[in-house]
Design a protein around this ligand. Structure first.
Ligand code: SF4
Ligand code: SF4
Length: 250
């Protein structure tokens, strides 16, 4: 029997759903291997239970907490689809500022109509089984995880630094070149294949932190290469302000 699959979204730009729809060559195979019951960007929902829920977006309203809990109750497997769901992503930058002031700044007199809470990854509300961590997810990562789920195998989810993959790509480190770039590879979870450093940009930490990351050293390295401490701390938190580890970084 094919698994019933739903794609859901909370606070996000929905770019991760779009990445799945952009898998032109594999899309028919994917659709043929599952019973798709909901996918907001692609179809009207079918009133049905589901086995696997791909959940995109962070939780930033009380009402989303209730919906997510109900989703968790129904699904056997919950996958965090992208950085918003996995770590809070840029949505959580607002957590660092006064919520009332944020609302007034963005919505002015209409602020009272908006229900908003600190943005958080979905695993701060429910248990999550598997993660796709990048912003946006890559098609390769989705295909790898999707195949693992169909084969009942544990998906690949490395817990080491992007630097490992960067060195495997034989890149010259931006810090060795002293290129005026500030890369977060040493504290960021691998799994993207060091995509950004390989194509000439520094890692900005969208995949969240690996366990036991050394934040003090990371900030010190950025300072040593000319970045002000405050900017280095802000950079560390840009995608990760909702993670408890980010509070260690001052
Ligand atoms: S992880 Fe990035 S691309 Fe995906 S929904 Fe969030 S902001 Fe959009
Ligand atoms: S460029 Fe970035 S990811 Fe690559 S080795 Fe240097 S710090 Fe690590």
């Amino acid at each position: 029997m094919k698994p019933k699959v739903g794609f859901f979204s909370f606070t996000s730009c929905e770019g991760c759903q779009l990445q799945v729809l952009n898998m032109e060559e594999q899309l028919l195979d994917i659709a043929g291997a599952i019973d798709l019951v909901t996918f907001r960007e692609a179809m009207d929902p079918i009133d049905s239970d589901y086995d696997i829920a791909f959940v995109e977006g962070s939780i930033s309203r009380e009402s989303e907490i209730t919906v997510l809990r109900e989703m968790r109750r129904k699904a056997d497997v919950v996958v965090a689809l992208g950085a918003c769901a996995a770590s809070g992503c840029v949505n959580a930058i607002k957590n660092r500022f006064d919520s009332e002031e944020n609302l007034r700044e963005v919505y002015g007199d209409a602020a009272r109509y908006y229900d908003t809470i600190d943005a958080r990854p979905i695993d701060q509300v429910v248990n999550v089984d598997f993660y796709l961590r990048t912003c946006p997810i890559t098609r390769e990562e989705f295909a790898r995880l999707f195949t693992s789920l169909l084969l009942a195998r544990r998906p690949y989810d490395p817990n080491f630094a992007v630097c490992v993959e960067c060195r495997m790509e034989e890149n010259v480190c931006v810090y060795d070149m002293d290129a005026g770039e500030f890369c977060m590879g040493p504290v960021t979870r691998a799994g993207c294949g060091a995509l950004c450093p390989t194509y000439g940009s520094s890692c900005i930490g969208c995949r969240g932190f690996m366990d036991q990351a050394n934040f003090d050293s990371m900030v010190q390295v950025m300072q040593d290469h000319g970045m002000a401490r405050e900017d280095a701390v802000n950079r560390l938190k840009m995608f990760n302000a909702a993670l408890p580890e980010a509070e260690e970084v001052k």
